[in-house]
Write a protein that binds this ligand. Structure first.
Ligand code: NAD
Length: 323
């Protein structure tokens, strides 16, 4: 039987989740606090019951899972209520604003054997999955550093800074690629346009293995970049989401030492390789992964624990920014 899903939040992002879950599962409930949103979406999903009250979904014993796409400050409380009612939860990123709140969600999910999956969309991007595959297969050699650039002279947000609006994506990718908890997480930034909302943020992370990472996040920049670079001892790889056909480029470039030159560093520049990257919709893959976990396949606690690592790093970067 297909899992029965309830979706909370029909603003900008929720409708994308509604479309996917309507195709992949039984979308039996929709919920939004706004009556205008309820009126807009009820005719599109006649098979789903509509409400403004989460408790109505939670009282339905036949409902398997709740998908939360409401504003970030509401995530923790809504996810807590849904897990408390015994529902599996997919919650947009980040599921909580403080590490202690996330730990609480992970503990409830673990105790009740429920899925708690943060909606880290980029982890399902086939380009990011290719980077992970290259790293895990040892193709790049030992990874030394990773850095992300998410820049644009774009939407100037006034309620969420560049770290929270743009950085959560890159942070989730960096931690996923390196699979390590940072020992150091430092951020510098400035609120040039709106008081208290940093438009330009630089972050530094270092890891127990000696790897380092950097993120440059800004909507005050001449470049439009969504790029992640991985530097390995043997090869280097770049995921560039602005590119249409060369999402991932692998550079067979590296420094090396020739014995007869008394240990001086030489550089080697070999082929540049552009692997084929699937055009599958990342959100589709994310929803499919959630449904797999709900069905009992895979390690359901791993996504929750990985999500907690992102929230912990985000909390440290935020504290450092405000320092
Ligand atoms: N993965 C991605 O790439 C991506 C992209 C955009 C947004 N998001 C995430 O999706 C979430 C929603 O963002 P958005 O831009 O759609 O926001 P939005 O403000 O457009 O929509 C939020 C909706 O939630 C409803 N809502 C708020 N509180 C509620 C409650 N307690 N109960 C029921 N409904 C409630 C609002 O009425 C509104 O319709 C955020 O967490 C955001 O970070 C993710």
């Amino acid at each position: 039987m297909r899992p029965r899903i309830g979706l909370v939040g029909l603003g900008y992002w929720g409708p994308n989740l509604a479309r996917n879950f309507d195709e992949l599962a039984d979308l039996t409930w929709l919920c939004d606090a706004s009556e205008a949103k309820q009126a807009e979406f009820a005719p599109r999903y006649p098979g789903a019951r509509m409400t403004g009250d989460l408790d109505e979904l939670l009282a339905d014993d036949s409902l398997d899972a709740v998908v939360i796409a409401t504003p970030v400050p509401t995530h923790h409380a809504l996810a807590r209520r849904a897990l408390g009612a015994g529902k599996h939860v997919l919650v947009e990123k980040p599921p909580a604003m403080r590490a202690a709140e996330m730990d609480e969600l992970v503990a409830i999910a673990a105790a009740r054997d429920l899925v708690l999956m943060p909606g880290h969309l980029l982890l399902y991007h086939p380009g990011v999955q290719k980077l992970k595959e290259l790293i895990d297969a040892g193709e790049l050699g030992e990874v030394l550093c990773v850095y992300g650039n998410r820049l644009n002279l774009g939407i100037v947000r006034t309620n969420e800074n560049a770290l929270w609006s743009l950085g959560v994506h890159d942070l989730s990718v960096i931690l996923h690629l390196l699979d390590e908890e940072p020992t150091e997480a430092v951020a510098y930034g400035r609120d040039f346009l709106t008081d208290g909302v940093e438009d330009v943020v630089f972050c530094h992370l270092s890891f127990p293995s000696g790897k380092i990472a950097h993120m440059h996040l800004s909507w005050l920049d001449p470049h439009k970049m969504r790029r992640m670079t991985v530097v390995g001892r043997d090869k280097m790889a770049v995921f560039d989401d602005m590119e249409l056909e060369r999402k991932v480029t692998i550079y067979d470039k590296a420094p090396w030492k020739r014995a007869e030159t008394y240990g001086e560093w030489q550089t080697r520049s070999g082929d540049i390789h552009i692997p084929k990257i699937s055009t599958s919709e990342p959100l589709r893959l994310e929803c499919e992964h959630f449904l797999e976990l709900v069905s009992g396949a895979g390690d359901r606690l791993k996504v929750a624990r990985d999500g907690a690592m992102v929230v912990r790093a985000l909390e440290r970067l935020t504290d450092s920014l405000r320092g």
